[in-house]
Ligand binder design. Structure first.
Ligand SMILES: Cc1cc2nc3c(=O)[nH]c(=O)nc-3n(C[C@H](O)[C@H](O)[C@H](O)COP(=O)(O)OP(=O)(O)OC[C@H]3O[C@@H](n4cnc5c(N)ncnc54)[C@H](O)[C@@H]3O)c2cc1C
Length: 305
């Protein structure tokens, strides 16, 4: 069986960038793309904050460009999902449905996904007024009314960020107190644009093509109400895609891969890049940057071993 110098698991900005750099270093990488080839940006329309595209670029187009650039230099792609790994033996084993691959090193770039509300029609509104990323989308809601769902640190960070653009931010929280840190709570309470709706959950997103409102349920008295808004930001947490790595490398209490700034994990030769190790920044450019770093580190690792 062929032993690859490096296998990259995942084909978002982190995976394709790692592919580009390792390919240009003549390491002949294999990228196992997974079911969501191109990663999270394939779910969105306009991306306005990836440098190099002053007019913005569509998410799927940006990912197609990254794929082309990686394959141009010889990265090999396969469109399969990794179902298990064995990092205890060398070469490392990466298992897919119908076979197994071996590699001297692995870059994990499997990303994460935002937890959703679980209401019936939310998928329809993704990118049409419903967002999971204020940094990405808040600017589209200038002088508009929006809701932020959640009560933790990220919900408060999102609400504060959005308040720079929106005319009004309604925080919908299912409890009667926030879980966010005191500092963030204080900042949010002091912000005139941010209002709170307590003990309340979202039952439905309203609108034809774009969000025009949400239906709310008060969980104490079960009363139903409608809130007219132009956007909903869901900020109830992210889940890293790391189930298949449990027991193989160190994960933190939330399931993120524990890696240093260079992407090194606790297993020598296994690197991580992008949202799978980053619970804070979660941006295409930071994911791409960490894919580059992991690739450079892989080159050093392979030359030393
Ligand atoms: C709707 C939306 C809009 C966004 N807009 C912006 C924006 O405007 N600007 C911005 O900077 N960021 C934006 N983001 C965030 C950005 O998309 C992410 O930060 C970025 O994609 C993370 O890149 P990544 O490579 O770490 O992972 P991802 O993009 O999540 O890619 C993960 C990859 O891993 C693969 N994978 C997962 N599990 C397996 C497995 N078992 N086997 C094989 N492959 C696997 C998937 O198929 C996928 O290809 C947006 C996110 C969303 C959801």
């Amino acid at each position: 069986m062929n032993t690859y110098n490096v296998i990259i698991i995942g084909s978002g900005p982190a995976g394709y960038t790692a592919g580009l750099y390792t390919a240009r270093a003549n390491l002949e990488p294999l990228i196992i793309c997974g079911y969501q080839a191109g990663g999270q940006l394939t779910l969105t329309s306009e991306v306005e904050n990836f440098p190099g595209f002053p007019e913005g670029i569509l998410g799927p187009q940006l990912m197609e460009n990254m794929k082309k650039q990686a394959t141009k230099f010889g990265a090999q792609l396969i469109f399969k999902e990794v179902t298990a790994v064995n990092f205890k033996e060398r070469p490392f084993k990466v298992i897919v449905d119908d076979g197994e691959y071996q590699a001297k090193s692995v870059i994990i770039a499997t990303g994460s996904y935002a937890r959703m509300l679980g209401v019936e029609n939310e998928k329809k509104f993704y990118g049409r007024g419903l967002s999971t990323c204020a940094t990405c989308d808040a600017a589209f809601f200038k002088d508009r009314k929006v809701a932020v769902v959640g009560g933790g640190d990220s919900a408060m960070e999102e609400a504060l960020f959005i308040s720079r653009f929106a005319s009004e931010v309604q925080v919908i929280h299912r409890r009667d107190a926030l879980r966010a840190s005191k500092v963030l709570q204080d900042r949010a309470f002091k912000n005139d644009k941010i209002k709170f709706i307590w003990n309340t959950v979202v039952r439905q997103i309203l609108g034809e093509r774009f969000v025009t409102g949400i239906e709310l349920e008060n969980i104490i008295d079960r009363s139903i109400s409608t809130l007219e808004i132009n956007g909903v930001f869901v900020a109830i947490g992210h889940e890293p895609k790391t189930k298949i790595f449990q027991g193989e490398i160190a994960l933190d209490a939330h399931g993120y891969i524990v890696a240093d700034q260079s992407g090194k994990t606790d297993v020598e030769g296994i690197f991580a890049a992008g949202d799978v190790k980053d619970f804070r920044y979660r941006q295409a450019i930071t994911a791409a940057g960490s894919g580059c770093i992991a690739a450079l580190e892989v080159a050093v690792y392979l030359s030393e071993n």
